[in-house]
Design a protein around this ligand. Structure first.
Ligand SMILES: Nc1ncnc2c1ncn2[C@@H]1O[C@H](COP(=O)(O)OP(=O)(O)O)[C@@H](O)[C@H]1O
Ligand SMILES: O=P(O)(O)OC[C@H](O)CO
Length: 511
């Protein structure tokens, strides 16, 4: 057994986790904490960066306590995080100038419209691999600078710093000594050129983002500094950093081009390794999987904004279930949804439709519909959305996907996994460790200090817990999916339609 342990800090959208791994990738200590979701207006989602930091530090302490490992036995720390979420803080006081604007927040839609009108969509796609959408960090940075009093002046004076959650945690853990991020996180900002591997001067100018705000970009197994001993009681190297979706791809040992995974967390994200070549496909985004030393691996990505958050909404919003795992029990009480579809376009439609005006819908309700049908429709929606993405990939005859590796909090749900394989028609593979995000970050951190020697060694640690095989007839699969597509069509352009209706009503009143 290798000396010491590796610690992963996994800062997700709804909660943070700290997991301590040994050399066999076994979990020896874990702690997690949920933090507050702030909804200042419909469609806006924010987090308190200080609360994220506090919760993360508490989980580090808890994980150390419950593992029996001493902090001095941690040889390296890896960070992984909800991506795109934007924090801007004062570099002198360390105080955020505004809440963190979360990746799924829609408050910056007007910036996206403006940049579309300016004719920037093609250059954005070409340079960053992304689609002009409020999802990515660029419009969130501009919004904070334009809406927080004095923020733009402070930024112009060089007093402010920008970071995604990885950067924010690293800056605090190192007591302000390291203002850094990695290639996989930088690639999600819409201001990072994934071909030249630099912050893009032209895009920063167009988006009015001062470059003095931006962190240094490093390989994902690079040197992100050491923790200040006053914070964790020891100086530990931070040698791994990757956005959570790319970290999960790494944890799933998808090291060869064509290998893919889907993570079922708050968001649901399909990522496929495309090797050293950036690959562009309509509806999907092109991104950086990781930079290992200085070798870049690219990926094709399909994000679904509302995946596990659909179940969370059934729990916290609709109050139809008490805990997320109840969704499986209720869904299992009935054969099917009785023709009900729930399209969770809470934050608009993401890949492959990209409609920031869409909003959620439940359709097909009859007098016989019960809450169980709606719960089941919520579970099935997670699987239908995966099919929307995989269809884009499979339509391209150059790519063959014969199985899908899955991970994330929601894959504990066996009914979801079976429905997923049924609707896709390919096997779905659930590995032994489903905390892939954290494991991927741990692997990067371990590689950074030579704890694991190379990816071959890591590959050997990946093992299967269960393979789900399709049982549904092709005809049933086709019918179910047809209903889903029709339901998705109903959600399109909703907030825009409302705006137009409102304008027309005003004209009629005035007229
Ligand atoms: N048994 C379950 N069935 C369906 N969804 C679940 C289940 N358990 C957890 N979830 C969902 O999974 C999500 C949590 O997964 P996790 O990977 O921890 O997410 P994140 O990293 O985004 O915070 C939550 O949205 C939760 O509702
Ligand atoms: O919080 P998660 O794990 O669902 O991840 C969110 C994604 O990183 C958003 O891009």
């Amino acid at each position: 057994m290798g000396k010491g342990f590796v610690m992963a800090l996994d800062a997700g959208t709804t909660g943070v986790r700290t997991i301590i791994f040994n050399k066999n990738s076994e979990i020896v200590g874990v702690s997690s904490k949920e933090f507050k979701q702030i909804y200042p207006n419909p469609g806006w989602i924010e987090h308190n960066p200080m609360e994220i930091l506090k919760c993360q530090l508490e989980t580090i302490q808890d994980a150390i306590n419950n593992s029996g490992v001493s902090i001095n036995e941690i040889v390296s720390i890896g960070i992984t995080n909800q991506r795109e979420t934007t924090v801007i803080w004062d570099k002198h006081t360390g105080k955020p100038v505004y809440n963190a604007i979360v990746w799924s927040s829609r408050q910056t839609a007007s910036y996206i419209e403006k940049w579309t009108e300016m004719g920037l969509n093609d250059v954005i796609r070409q340079k960053t691999g992304l689609i002009n959408d409020p999802y990515f960090s660029a419009s969130k940075i501009a919004w904070i600078l334009d809406n927080v009093p004095n923020a733009r002046d402070q930024a112009n004076k060089g007093d402010l710093l920008f970071g995604t959650i990885d950067t924010w945690l690293i800056w605090n853990l190192t007591k302000g000594k390291s203002h850094t991020t990695d290639y996989s996180n930088a690639a999600r900002t819409m201001i990072f050129n994934i071909l030249t591997l630099e912050w893009d001067v032209e895009l920063c100018n167009e988006f009015t983002v001062p470059m003095s705000l931006l962190p240094e970009v490093k390989p994902s197994n690079g040197d992100f500094g050491v923790t200040d001993s006053s914070i964790l009681g020891a100086s530990i190297p931070i040698r791994g950093n990757a956005g959570d979706q790319q970290a999960a791809l790494f944890g799933q040992a998808c090291f060869k081009p064509g290998m893919a995974k889907k993570t079922f967390g708050t968001a649901g994200v399909f990522v496929m390794n495309t090797g050293q070549t950036p690959y562009y496909l309509d509806g999907l985004t092109t991104t950086i999987a990781w930079g290992l030393d200085n070798k870049i691996t690219y990926a094709l990505e399909g994000v679904v904004f509302s995946c596990g958050s659909t179940i969370q909404w059934l729990r916290d919003g609709a109050k139809m279930i008490h805990g997320s795992s109840d969704s499986e029990w209720y869904a299992d009480q009935i054969e099917d949804t009785g023709g009900v579809y729930l399209v969770p376009a809470f934050s608009g439609l993401s890949a492959p439709d990209w409609d920031m005006y869409a909003r959620g819908i439940i359709v097909g309700i009859t007098g016989g519909t019960t809450y169980q049908h709606i719960i089941r429709a919520g579970v099935e929606a997670m699987a239908f959305q995966t099919k929307d993405i995989l269809n884009c990939v499979l339509e391209n005859k150059e790519i063959a996907i014969t199985e899908l590796r899955i991970d994330g909090g929601a894959v504990k749900n066996n009914l979801l996994c079976q429905f997923q394989t049924d609707i896709l028609g390919i096997p779905v593979v659930r590995p032994t460790v489903t905390e892939m995000t954290a494991l991927g970050a741990a692997y990067l951190a371990g590689l950074g200090v030579g704890y694991w020697s190379d990816t071959n060694e890591i590959e050997k640690n990946w093992s299967i817990e269960k393979v789900f095989h399709p049982l549904m007839s092709k005809e049933k699969q086709r019918k179910h999916y047809q209903g889903w597509k029709a339901a998705v069509n109903l959600t399109r352009g909703w907030t825009k339609k409302l705006e137009i209706e409102e304008e027309e009503t005003e004209v009629n009143i005035v007229g």
